[in-house]
Design a protein around this ligand. Structure first.
Ligand code: C2O
Ligand code: CU
Ligand code: CU
Length: 461
C-alpha cells in the first residue's frame, strides 16, 4: 500500500493524533492560535481586498521563538479552501513539516491543525502555506520566524524586513498572480514591491547604535538584487545560519542575489548624525534603484562599532564526511508537454512544464509517487544539482541543512543553507548529513515552477 493511500484512508485515525475540529475554546497555555483568514490592506494607493493573512487588517506577524524551546501553534482555517502550514528552514520533526499528503492531510475549511516543534537552530526562518500556495502565498500569507540565539550577541535593536511583490491593477485590485507563459519561463513577476506590505517603509533606530537587520525574500517569483546604501555593515548570517567567512557587503553596482526563500542577516552600525539613513535598495530590471526599506538614525546614544559584537554561536549542524559521501544526481529541466498534475485540494495550474530527473511531479495527492532518493540516516551525501534550463531555480530542501562544495560557474562560499539558487546551466554539488528522518519535500521555490512539475521529495530512513 502506498503512503498516500494510507493518508487518504486514514483521515479519521489521524484526527485523534493531529487534526482537530476546533471550537472557540481558549487555546491551551503556551499555544498560539494562527487564524488563516481574508484580509484587506493598503499596499499602495487604495485598499486591496482578497488578501490572506493571520488577521483581517495586518501582514502576517513575525513569530518569535528561542533556540531549543518548544513552539506550539494551532493553525485554524477560516478560508473556503484547504491549507497547511510549513516552517521553512526549521529542522524539525517530519510530522510537523506541513506538507499536504506527505506529512499531513490538508486542513479543510473550518478545521485546524496543532503544530508543536522545537527549533534546533537560531536564526531567521519563515512560514507559508504548502497547499493552495498559488492563492494564499500570492495574496500575502508569507511571514517571518525569528529564533533568538541562546546568548544575546549584543545588538541594540533589530528590524525584520519581509520582501515581496504583489500583482495589482491600476485600482490596486489583484491581477491573476500567475500566467502559463510565466510559469513556463522565469515566473510571473509582481509589479508592486513591498517590505512588510509597505512601499519603502522607514524605521527609526538609535543614532550610532548596532542594529540586526533580518532580510527575508518571501516572494513567490522574484530574485531580488539588493544592496545597502549608507552605514557600516557586515553579513552575519545566511539562510538562518551564522557565516564563518567574511562576505562582501552588497553595495551599489555589486548587489546580492536573494532568491525566493532565502534570508540574509546584517549587522548595521547606524549613522551618528540624526536623520541620516541606511537604505536597503533593490535593482529592478529597467527601473532606477528602488528603496525597499530604510533605517533612520534618531536621538543620540553611545557610538557602537561592529567589533563590539560577539560572534554568533554556530548552530548544531553535522559536518558531512566527503570521503565517504555517496553521490546522487538531480537534473532540473523542462518536461515534454505532459499530463496536468493531480489537484487534490491544494491547487494546480493545470500544466506540467518542469521536471526533476525527467519526470514532472504528478501532483501532491497523486498516489504511488516515489522518493527521488532514499538516504540512510546519519550518512553523508553529495547531491549534484544540475540546471538544464536557461531559467534560475532556487532549489529548497525541507528538514535538512546543506552546504555547497562546488559549482561549474562560480566559487561559492561554504554557507549552510536550505535553499540554493541555481544559475543558468549551473551544476552545484551540495553536501549534507542525512540526520533528520522523514519524507522531505525538495522543490523549486518559484511557486509556479513547483506547481508545474519541479517538485519531489527525498526520504531519510
Ligand atoms: Cu518554503 Cu516547501 O517550502
Ligand atoms: Cu521549506
Ligand atoms: Cu524554478
Amino acid at each position: 500500500m502506498f503512503r498516500r493511500d494510507l493518508l487518504f484512508g486514514g483521515a479519521a485515525l489521524l484526527g485523534a493524533a493531529g487534526l482537530a475540529h476546533l471550537g472557540s475554546a481558549m487555546a491551551p497555555h503556551g499555544m498560539q492560535e494562527l487564524v488563516v483568514q481574508q484580509a484587506t490592506y493598503q499596499l499602495r494607493h487604495q485598499q486591496t481586498a482578497g488578501m490572506v493573512s493571520l488577521s483581517s487588517d495586518a501582514p502576517p506577524p513575525v513569530l518569535y521563538g528561542r533556540q531549543g524551546q518548544e513552539m506550539r501553534f494551532t493553525v485554524r482555517n477560516t478560508l473556503d479552501d484547504y491549507t497547511a502550514m510549513h516552517w521553512h528552514g526549521l529542522r524539525i520533526a517530519n510530522a510537523m513539516d506541513g506538507v499536504p499528503y506527505l506529512t499531513q492531510m490538508p486542513i479543510g475549511p473550518g478545521e485546524g491543525f496543532a503544530y508543536a516543534f522545537t527549533p534546533p537552530d537560531a536564526g531567521t526562518y519563515w512560514y507559508h502555506p504548502h497547499c493552495m500556495t498559488m492563492e494564499q502565498m500570492a495574496h500575502g500569507l508569507t511571514g517571518v520566524i525569528v529564533i533568538a540565539d541562546a546568548e544575546d550577541p549584543g545588538f541594540d535593536s533589530e528590524e525584520v524586513i519581509n520582501l515581496r511583490d504583489f500583482r495589482l491593477d491600476a485600482a490596486d485590485a489583484f491581477l491573476p498572480a500567475y500566467t502559463a507563459r510565466g510559469a513556463a519561463r522565469g515566473g510571473t513577476m509582481g509589479n508592486v514591491q513591498t517590505a512588510n506590505w509597505r512601499q519603502g517603509p522607514v524605521y527609526d533606530h538609535g543614532a550610532g547604535s548596532l542594529v540586526r537587520l533580518r532580510v527575508v525574500n518571501t516572494d513567490t517569483t522574484r530574485i531580488y538584487r539588493l544592496y545597502l546604501d549608507g552605514g557600516t555593515a557586515r553579513i552575519i548570517a545566511w539562510d538562518g545560519h551564522p557565516v564563518s567567512v567574511e562576505l562582501p557587503v552588497p553595495r551599489m553596482g555589486a548587489p546580492l542575489l536573494l532568491a525566493p526563500g532565502q534570508r540574509v542577516d546584517l549587522a548595521v552600525v547606524m549613522p551618528v548624525e540624526e536623520g541620516q539613513q541606511v537604505d536597503l535598495m533593490a535593482d529592478l530590471p529597467g527601473q532606477p534603484p528602488r528603496l525597499m526599506a530604510g533605517l533612520r538614525a534618531v536621538g543620540s546614544g553611545p557610538k557602537r562599532a561592529l567589533a563590539e559584537l560577539k560572534s554568533l554561536a554556530q548552530n548544531p549542524l553535522s559536518q558531512p564526511d566527503l570521503d565517504r559521501a555517496e553521490l546522487h544526481e538531480f537534473v532540473f529541466g523542462w518536461t515534454p508537454e505532459g499530463n496536468a498534475p493531480n489537484d487534490g485540494f491544494c491547487g494546480t495550474m493545470g500544466y506540467s512544464f518542469w521536471s526533476i530527473n525527467r519526470a514532472a511531479w504528478a501532483g501532491d495527492a497523486a498516489t504511488g509517487t516515489a522518493p527521488l532518493a532514499v538516504l540512510e540516516r546519519g550518512k553523508s551525501y553529495v547531491l549534484r544539482l544540475r540546471n538544464e534550463s536557461p531559467n534560475l531555480h532556487p532549489i529548497h530542501l525541507h528538514g535538512l541543512a546543506f552546504v555547497p562544495i562546488a559549482s561549474n560557474r562560480r566559487s561559492l562560499p561554504p554557507l549552510w543553507t536550505d535553499t540554493m539558487l541555481l544559475l543558468k546551466d549551473e551544476v552545484i554539488d551540495i553536501a549534507l548529513v542525512a540526520d533528520n528522518p522523514g519524507d522531505w519535500a525538495f522543490h523549486c521555490h518559484v511557486i509556479e515552477h513547483q506547481k508545474t512539475g519541479l517538485t519531489g521529495f527525498l526520504r531519510v530512513t
